[in-house]
Design a protein around this ligand. Structure first.
Ligand code: ADP
Length: 474
């Protein structure tokens, strides 16, 4: 990573930005506060110093004007009396020659010439004498209308100590801000650590593609914890969706394998029959007829299989159909007519269908007819000649119930749970041709019509398939 990229990354971090923001706001606030305080303090100190200078000069002028002609020694003692460690006093004659000075001034001489305009105007003046800045105030001593001399008072200007205080304070502020920045940085880093851990475990999940993993949560009920909970919820939903897709994929794979196997069997029979016919070259007409019958039977089986596969694909896709109000007896009657081949010696009966005379269901007539056809075809197929198939109609409060009962081979209890699986056939069913698709199609259609399908059977005695469908307008 280049230095530039590293810097951009560093400035992009929340903790860096947060620290910079806090420090900027703190620095601006502190600087404004300190600056304002210092300006006000300087103003107050200046006013106070000026007042003291003025007072010393006025008191001395009054004293000297009352007793003109005092000896320099006496004047000096007066000056000493009014001076202090910060106030220096000097008495000068009209030409600016010092007559007496307060002892703390030593041999320094205040230059009168540059002070004259300030003295005349009663103003303060700032002068640097021997590289020391002074604030000066002077006043003329007038006796009987004549100027006798000048009293000049001075105090060391605050400028120097002020700038020192400023430097000290600003350096203090800089040190404090640096310390605060480090503390804020550490604190923000500590606060954001769980967020980093969250990102780490999320990226671990993404890398391992282990959908069962979850991000870790801490005990505290804070915002990060609630984010972790939301992410875990999302992961759970994703895991479920993934598992569902896997299941659908498995189902499709199995369906494809089964379907191709089922289609392959009749095709192989047809091809081998054709091969044999070619070899025979029409020498044996009986063989020819048998082979053609074989081919035709297998072709019919393939046609039935493809029709059922198509139906299954359509019901699987849950292709929406516009539901129509349907008279269920009409659909049952049509299926009844086609359900059992005429050559079979089976007694067909109907019971209680009159109770369904005006029963209306909402659905698709072709689909529902397929359901009854499948049940009737199975009942006839798995019932030996001389047996009986009965269709029983019953009307309940909010639903109608149709049962197709037979006295056929029946189904072993172990096989019952698997009957609705695609291509499943009970071992005792092998005496009859079949593909094991009918019941799974029937179940899919009945479920699409919000109904249920139930099986009761006793091996060797017969079976009952019962369908319940919700009635319309009731
Ligand atoms: P197929 O009849 O083509 O084998 P189905 O899906 O219609 O396929 O039926 C699945 C299996 O259920 C049958 O193979 C058979 O074992 C069993 N079965 C269905 N109906 C009956 C019935 N009326 N009597 C006995 N067994 C039945």
């Amino acid at each position: 990573m280049s230095t530039r990229t590293r810097l951009a990354h560093w400035f992009g971090l929340i903790r860096t930005r947060l620290t910079l923001w806090i420090i900027t706001i703190l620095a601006v606030g502190l600087l404004v506060f300190i600056g304002t305080t210092l300006i006000i303090a300087r103003q107050l100190l200046n006013n106070f110093g000026e007042k003291r200078l003025q007072q010393s000069v006025s008191s001395l002028s009054v004293a000297l004007a009352q007793e003109p002609g005092l000896s320099p020694t006496l004047v000096q003692s007066q000056l000493n009396a009014f001076s202090s460690s910060e106030i220096f006093l000097q008495y000068q004659d009209r030409q600016g020659k010092p007559i007496a000075s307060s002892t703390n001034l030593g041999r320094k001489v205040f230059p009168l010439a540059p002070l004259r305009p300030a003295i005349a105007a009663g103003r303060f003046a700032s002068l640097t004498i021997d590289r020391t800045p002074f604030l000066l105030y002077g006043q003329a001593i007038v006796v009987k209308g004549q100027v006798q001399g000048y009293i000049i008072a001075a105090s060391a200007s605050a400028g120097d100590s002020e700038s020192w205080i400023f430097t000290l304070m600003y350096s203090g502020v800089c040190v404090m801000l640096t310390l605060v920045a480090v503390l804020v940085w550490l604190l923000v880093r500590r606060t954001l650590r769980p967020l980093e851990q969250l990102a780490e475990s999320a990226s671990h999940i993404a890398q391992t593609r282990d959908h069962a993993l979850r991000v870790q949560m801490q005990g505290r009920p804070d915002e990060i914890n609630s984010l972790a909970r939301t992410i875990n919820g999302m992961l759970h939903a994703l895991e479920e969706a993934y598992q569902h897709v896997q299941q659908v994929n498995d189902l499709q794979r199995r369906f494809l394998a089964d379907a191709s196997h089922e289609l392959r069997t009749p095709l192989t029979i047809m091809l081998s029959s054709l091969e044999l016919m070619k070899k025979e070259e029409g020498r044996d007409p009986e063989f020819q007829t048998n082979a053609l019958e074989n081919i035709s039977t297998e072709a019919e089986r393939m046609a039935r299989l493809t029709t059922r596969l198509l139906l299954l694909a359509r019901t699987d896709a849950r292709a929406p159909f516009a539901p129509q109000p349907l008279l269920i007896v009409d659909i049952i009657s049509e299926a009844y007519r086609q359900g059992c081949p005429s050559h079979r010696k089976i007694a067909m009966q109907c019971q209680g269908l009159e109770t369904l005379e005006d029963a209306v269901v909402s659905g698709n007539a072709d689909y529902l007819k397929q359901v009854f056809l499948i049940l009737l075809e199975n009942a006839c197929k798995y019932t030996p000649d001389g047996g009986q198939v009965t269709i029983i109609g019953e009307r309940k409060e909010r639903e109608l119930v149709v049962t197709v009962a037979d006295t056929g081979i029946g189904i072993a209890q172990d096989d019952v749970p698997r009957l609705f699986e695609r291509f499943y056939r009970a071992p005792n069913a092998s005496i009859q041709p079949g593909m094991g698709l009918g019941l799974s199609i029937a179940l899919s259609i009945v479920e699409q019509h919000n109904g249920t399908i139930k099986v009761e059977s006793t091996l060797g005695q017969g079976s009952r398939f019962t369908i319940s469908l919700p009635l319309l307008n009731e």
